[in-house]
Write a protein that binds this ligand. Sequence first.
Ligand code: SF4
Length: 472
Amino acid sequence: MREKCAVFGVWGSPDPVRLAYYGLYAQQHRGQESAGIAVADAEGAIHGHNGMGLVVEVFDPRTLAHLAQGSPIGAIGHNRYSTAGGSLACNAQPIIQRYADGQVAVGHNGNLINAAAMRDRMSEAGHLFSTTSDTEVMIHLLASPVARRSPDPTAAMLRRLQGAFSVVLMFKDRIEAARDPWGWRPLVIGRLPGGEPVVASETVALDVIGAEFVREVEPGEIVTLSDEGVSSRHFAQPAERAAHCVFEHVYFASPASNVFGQNVQLARETMGEKLATEAPVEADYVAPMPDSGRSAANGYARASGIPYREVIVPNRYVGRTFIKPTQDQRRAAVRLKLNVIQEMVRGKKLVIVDDSIVRGTTTREKMQQLRSAGAKEIHLRISCPPIRHPCYFGVDFATRDQLIANGRTVEEIRDYLGVDSLHYLSLDGLLSVMDRPAEHYCTACYSGDYRLDIDHPITETEVVGEQLKIFD
Ligand code: SF4
């Protein structure tokens, strides 16, 4: 199961439920299948509510009021997106569990490549699982006798995980927010005007609740939010080469966010400018595939001098819940969601800019509609390289076979999509836009250069030795 999600946490505010609600609302783009909030109340109990759907569907005023009973002192929240197999109500997070040391609530963004192996091992040893999510493995590790005997159970648990994780854990007296040693997914710390600490996947959540950005949670770091304020420790050394997901800037994150220290909108516009330099063409208009291609199309238009026009209009009344993870549902959604303006397309040479092509079915459908509307030429420009490899670190693309660029040349893809020309931004071009050194980004879905050996996840004995073994 691969997920792309958002997390949020706040401690010490008089109104943590409302802040968590807005924090999740601001990060809705990171996951639309389920949402949840867990609260720690003044009596030391943790309770919560989660469900399938958008934040606004899962929480109504009554649910929020119910959560706010008992003078909560802290809250964590989670938005989730998963593949079809994982689209289950039981997988909605935060997961709340009681174990020998009390209660814990967990929300996780990322994907653990050794979760399946650990889960099998645990199941054989008699552990029962109530979800199919890799996040539940974290709780079993935390509740293991060896972790509980450790002076730092959270660190002991985190050291067992291999893969991408930005995670928030809430106990009765604190929130602990941690990031894997490679820093695949973003995680930031903020401060409310009253000084109360906040953590979120993206800075846009801080903006929405009026918190100021303090800093990123560092790779390998655990940050604790409690009545004593904010404290920090490391559970692992940061990796020598970070592996920040470059796709966060290409597509995933909000344009309003600063991710890995760089504004997403500005990065996307610069990708469009690079694309115009790498793949110029004569045309009447530059037009985006809404909404994903808009930022790069602006950059392309500016750099090329070709007028920017919107020729495909999104139907704003098709809710995002409609977009479910099956192929048929996606195709139906695109017909409803995007309408071509025939009068602007007929007889025109168009540059259409999008940020990426995954399966290609949506793009093909849209190109056919442009042709039917009378477009004279269609030149498709994509502001990242061809996605040829699956992601194992927290973004649900598809299986290798479903990726349009897997095993196909750009010319074959152009032919399949039915456009006059097709160009992708080069990997060097993409990395030249990024603020940090190129070797500090994960580009595995383009290059196949995975930082971890995904076929041989680290096993219990190899990774931990005596001190962190789960089982006595
Ligand atoms: S494989 Fe691609 S989507 Fe996955 S973490 Fe790496 S860059 Fe991001």
